[in-house]
Design a protein around this ligand. Structure first.
Ligand code: 3NM
Length: 213
């Protein structure tokens, strides 16, 4: 994968957006310059069945228009059926192995929280890993306690060839900390979903990443 694609990785599901249509939010984020998108349809009011698949296809179409990789959270079968660019999954050894096999040469991202989980992801040839939650987050109901940047720093030193995205409570005012700690980029939900000016928010994030390089 291109490491630069992790620079500003936007994650969204329909429940993350309240003031606007989710597709309108995605469109604004894409137009403003996000570099990767993950559909993460979770929560009590999450779309299911045909409505979920149709929404996923609409997101995919918009990502294709902007040539931004379209990733699906957890649902490997949907990712295969849609020909998504990748899938992102959590820490289940068997699931990682199955996902790697089914996704073949498409992207596989894995969330890791420890050295052991990092090694498991590497053993299964993950294309990138997500490390978090770096800061406190309200967007994931079962998130672990904030871990700060120490593990992120260790992981980037130990695995310099492994693309890493940091996640959890990241906004443009604290993003610099994780970029300095070695992340290739930041993955965000609320920083973009709750933004009153998505174009400006995206520009702020992207100017920070440029400073890092
Ligand atoms: N995964 P926000 S934290 C989806 O730690 C997700 O693995 C996390 O949302 C992890 O940018 C998280 O609003 C939520 O904090 C990120």
């Amino acid at each position: 994968m291109k490491r630069e694609d992790l620079q500003l990785y936007f994650i969204m599901g329909t429940s993350n957006v309240s003031q606007q249509e989710p597709l309108a939010v995605l469109e604004q984020a894409l137009r403003a310059g996000i570099t990767m998108f993950q559909l993460r349809e979770k929560g009590p009011n999450a779309l299911t069945g045909l409505a979920y698949e149709q929404f996923a296809r609409q997101c995919q179409k918009r990502c294709q228009h902007y040539r931004v990789p379209f990733i699906i959270n957890d649902d490997v079968d949907l990712a295969v059926r849609l020909g998504a660019d990748g899938v992102h999954i959590g820490q289940d050894d068997e699931q990682i192995a199955i996902a790697r096999k089914k996704m073949a040469n498409r992207l596989l991202g894995v969330s890791v929280h420890s050295q052991e989980e990092l090694q498991t992801a590497i053993d299964h040839h993950a294309d990138y890993v997500g490390i978090g939650p770096i800061f406190a987050t309200t967007s994931k109901s079962d998130a672990q306690p904030p871990c700060g940047t120490i593990f992120l720093q260790q992981a980037s030193k130990l695995q310099p060839n492994l693309p890493i995205v940091a996640i959890g409570g990241i906004n443009w005012t604290n993003a610099n900390v994780v970029l300095q700690a070695g992340a290739d980029g930041v993955a965000v939900i609320s920083a973009i979903c709750d933004s009153k000016d998505i174009e400006q928010t995206v520009s702020m994030f992207k100017s920070l990443s440029r400073i890092k390089k």
